[in-house]
Design a protein around this ligand. Structure first.
Ligand SMILES: Cc1ncc(COP(=O)(O)O)c(C=O)c1O
Length: 348
């Protein structure tokens, strides 16, 4: 296995800490398909409580939690709307269409930032048998491909109030909602209150090896439980994984502020040597997207050059490179990334 001075490819790469492994080893377990795993139940109740929802359901992945949420709200042939960079439309491999017969339309966005005019320009209701009916608006917070963008709660509230009047549901892809909460100070319950269903991931910045949770009403979760089994996501003595999630919720949420500060420090260093590659003010959480084209480089050139310094990054476009901070990148790793990026960007 390759080792790096800083592995900034993704926040999904973290390894369980010794304390997390201990919590996993100690976990009380049962068969969760029969609803008999006490640790899974404890995790579901904890997440439902944090998000201010009645109930929650443990899922193997964020993609499955999202897809369960989408299908609860959208009947086959109806549509969901999301922004053009949303994970549910770009990175879940067409699951909404393939599994649930959902059609999608997207609104344009800058850095994934929610402008209520975007969804509201698309939402179409009461059009009888002539046009596709919109059943769901999806919001992603923070926004992954947008560069860790935090969605303003005022914009979310505005969309919520317009969609409520139209009878259109809202789903939050909150894979990194923890980061949004820590960066903005808006409570998880306040975010949660604006949505019919919310998915959150334990396996990204929080550092658990596996696991996501979908939250919603008791009825919605009962239906989601059936679909989870149908999708092959009914897991058995999975309390050992839920224990990692509970441990992460206890110990790894507030520390996300460290990831955010390190990402901002890196962005400031890049902007200093290569203006135009990134605006540090837009680095709100743990993700930096660099426009290395502004420094005369292709994304592939930058990625290769940083790799020579032991720093792994990810090309997300011909001139765009993404770097993600997480539990396993400390100040020394950040220093290594800063030094490498300064050298490569100023040499170009
Ligand atoms: C915003 C967002 N939603 C959902 C997911 C899906 O999570 P998973 O990889 O666990 O399916 C990801 C994964 O990176 C993500 O970034």
């Amino acid at each position: 296995m390759a080792t790096y001075r800083a592995d900034l490819l993704s926040d999904t790469l973290t390894r369980p800490t010794p304390a997390m492994r201990e919590a996993m080893a100690r976990a009380d377990v049962g068969d969760d398909v029969f609803g008999e795993d006490p640790t899974v139940r404890a995790l579901e109740e904890r997440v439902a409580g944090l998000l201010g929802h009645e109930d929650a359901l443990f899922a193997p992945t964020g993609s499955m939690a999202n897809q369960l949420g989408l299908r609860l709200h959208v009947a086959p042939g109806k549509e969901m709307v999301a922004d053009q960079q949303a994970h549910v439309v770009r990175a879940e491999l067409g699951a909404a269409a393939a599994f649930s017969g959902i059609t999608s339309r997207t609104w344009p966005s800058v850095r994934g930032l929610l402008d209520p005019a975007g969804p509201m320009s698309l939402v179409t209701t009461g059009v009888g048998p002539y046009q596709v009916e919109t059943a769901l608006v999806v919001v992603e917070n923070t926004h992954n491909f947008g560069g860790g963008t935090v969605q303003p709660i005022e914009a979310i509230r505005e969309v919520r109030s317009a969609t409520t009047e139209l009878g259109v549901a809202m789903h939050l892809d909150g894979a990194r909602l923890w980061n949004a909460h820590v960066a903005s100070g808006v409570s998880l319950a306040e975010y949660g209150s604006q949505f019919d269903t919310v998915s959150v991931c334990l396996s990204k910045g929080l550092g658990a090896p596996v696991g996501s949770v979908l939250a919603g009403s008791v009825e919605a979760m009962a239906e989601a439980r059936i679909w989870r089994k149908r999708y092959g996501g009914g897991m058995r003595q999975v309390g050992i994984l839920a224990a990692a999630g509970l441990h992460a919720l206890e110990h790894h949420v507030e520390r996300l502020a460290d990831d955010h500060a390190r990402a901002r420090r890196f962005a400031e260093a890049c902007a200093e040597v290569a203006p135009g590659t990134v605006d540090p003010a837009t680095v709100e959480t743990n993700i930096v997207v660099l426009d290395v084209g502004a420094a005369g480089l292709t994304a592939a050139q930058f990625v290769d050059a940083l790799l020579e310094h032991g720093v792994r990054t990810y090309a997300v476009g011909p001139r765009a490179v993404r770097l993600v901070w997480h539990l396993d990148v400390d100040d020394a790793g950040t220093d290594a990334a800063v030094t490498a990026a300064r050298e490569v960007l100023s040499a170009s």
